[in-house]
Ligand binder design. Structure first.
Ligand code: ZN
Length: 328
C-alpha cells in the first residue's frame, strides 16, 4: 500500500509540474481586419447559402477565385448527403499534401432553403470564420503556407432541418483521410462565429487543452485577453469534432454563449466588426507562423475516465494510508 501511495503521489506531482508551453512572439502580424470584414460582406451579398443552393455555388466560386488569386491550389471534395450535392473546398500551397496544420471554417449557412422567409445571411455564423481564413490566405508569409491546409466545409449548419445532421462536410473530410495522412496532422484550428462586435471567446471544453493553451497564451501576449477570455464555455458540436474523434488535436474558436441573433434574420454584417476579425486573425497568424517554424506536438487530453479513475484511487487511498500510519 505504501508503494502504491508513493507511486500515486509521484504521478500527481509529475502531472502538476508539466510545463505549460509558453511561446514568445517574434512575428508582427500583417492581418487586416478591414479587408477580412469586406470578405464577410461579400459572402452575405449572395444571400442565404444552404447546401446545394445556387447562392452557395456562387459564393464558392468567389471564395475559390480569391484563394487562387493569393496563389493557393484548390481541390474540391464532392459528396452527396441526403441527395444534396455538397462540396468541401481544400486549399493547399504548392499542392502540398501533408501539411501539419489544418485551419477550417464552414461556408454554408443555416436555412431550410433560400426562399424561406426564415433564412438569414449568416454574417457571423458562417461568413466570419471564412473571412478570417481568406485574409490569412492572403497575408501569411510564403514559408508558412507550406505548413497550412485551408479547408472550408459544406453542410455544417443544417442539423435538424429535414432530418439532417450537423457537421457533414467535416465528417466526410475526416472519413477520407488515410491513416498516414491522419498521423501527419499536428493540429486542426476551427473558426466559427468569430465576428461579433463584442467578441468573447471562452475556451470550448471539448477542444484539445494543450493546443488551446498555446493559442490562448499567444492571445494574452498580444493583449487580447479580453477576447480570448480565460474561462470555460460549453462543449460545442462543431466541425472540430470529427478530427477529435479521429485522434487529431483540434480547437474550436467560437463565441459562447452564442449571440442573441444566432440562427435568425438578424445575423447581419452590422453585428460584426473588422476589429473582432482582426483580433482572431492576428492571433491565428502568429500561431501559424510560429508553429510552421517550431513544429510542436499537442498531446491529446487524457480520457475523462482515466482522470476520474486516478482521482478515485488517490481519494480512496488517503484514509487507508492514514490508518496504516496511525497503526505504526
Ligand atoms: Zn449555426
Amino acid at each position: 500500500m505504501k508503494y502504491l501511495y508513493s507511486g500515486l503521489v509521484i504521478i500527481l506531482l509529475i502531472s502538476l509540474t508539466i510545463p505549460i508551453d509558453i511561446k514568445q512572439i517574434t512575428h508582427s502580424p500583417l492581418f487586416n481586419g478591414t479587408s477580412a470584414y469586406s470578405y464577410l460582406v461579400d459572402q452575405c451579398e449572395f444571400g442565404p447559402r444552404p447546401p446545394g443552393s445556387d447562392n452557395l455555388s456562387l459564393c464558392r466560386s468567389m471564395i475559390v477565385e480569391l484563394l487562387e488569386s493569393f496563389g493557393w491550389n484548390i481541390t474540391f471534395q464532392n459528396f452527396t448527403y441526403r441527395e444534396v450535392e455538397c462540396v468541401n473546398i481544400i486549399a493547399t500551397w504548392n499542392s502540398q499534401s501533408n501539411s501539419p496544420i489544418i485551419v477550417g471554417a464552414h461556408y454554408d449557412t443555416r436555412a431550410p432553403n433560400i426562399h424561406d422567409p426564415g433564412s438569414g445571411v449568416g454574417a457571423n455564423d458562417g461568413a466570419s470564420g471564412v473571412a478570417v481564413l481568406l485574409e490569412l490566405a492572403d497575408k501569411l508569409p510564403n514559408e508558412t503556407r507550406t505548413a497550412v491546409e485551408i479547408v472550408l466545409f459544406d453542410a455544417e449548419d443544417s442539423g435538424r432541418i429535414n432530418d439532417w445532421d450537423y457537421i457533414q462536410g467535416s465528417t466526410y473530410y475526416v472519413s477520407q483521410l488515410s491513416t498516414e495522412r491522419r498521423r501527419s496532422i499536428h493540429a486542426m484550428v476551427l473558426t466559427d462565429m468569430v465576428g461579433d462586435i463584442n467578441l468573447e471567446l471562452p475556451r470550448e471544453t471539448s477542444s484539445t487543452a494543450s493546443l488551446q493553451n498555446v493559442i490562448w497564451s499567444l492571445a494574452d501576449q498580444l493583449g487580447y485577453n479580453n477576447t480570448f477570455v480565460d474561462s470555460y464555455g460549453g462543449s460545442i458540436l462543431d466541425d472540430h469534432r470529427p478530427f477529435l474523434d479521429a485522434g487529431i488535436p483540434a480547437v474550436d474558436l467560437i463565441q459562447i454563449p452564442f449571440p442573441w441573433y444566432w440562427h435568425t434574420l438578424e445575423d447581419t454584417p452590422d453585428k460584426c466588426s473588422a476589429y473582432s476579425l482582426e483580433i482572431v486573425g492576428e492571433v491565428l497568424e502568429v500561431f501559424l507562423v510560429q508553429e510552421s517554424t517550431d513544429m510542436s506536438l499537442f498531446p491529446l487530453d487524457p480520457p475523462i475516465l482515466l482522470i476520474i479513475g486516478i482521482v478515485a484511487i488517490v481519494t480512496l487511498s488517503i484514509p487507508i494510508l492514514y490508518s496504516q500510519l496511525k497503526r505504526r
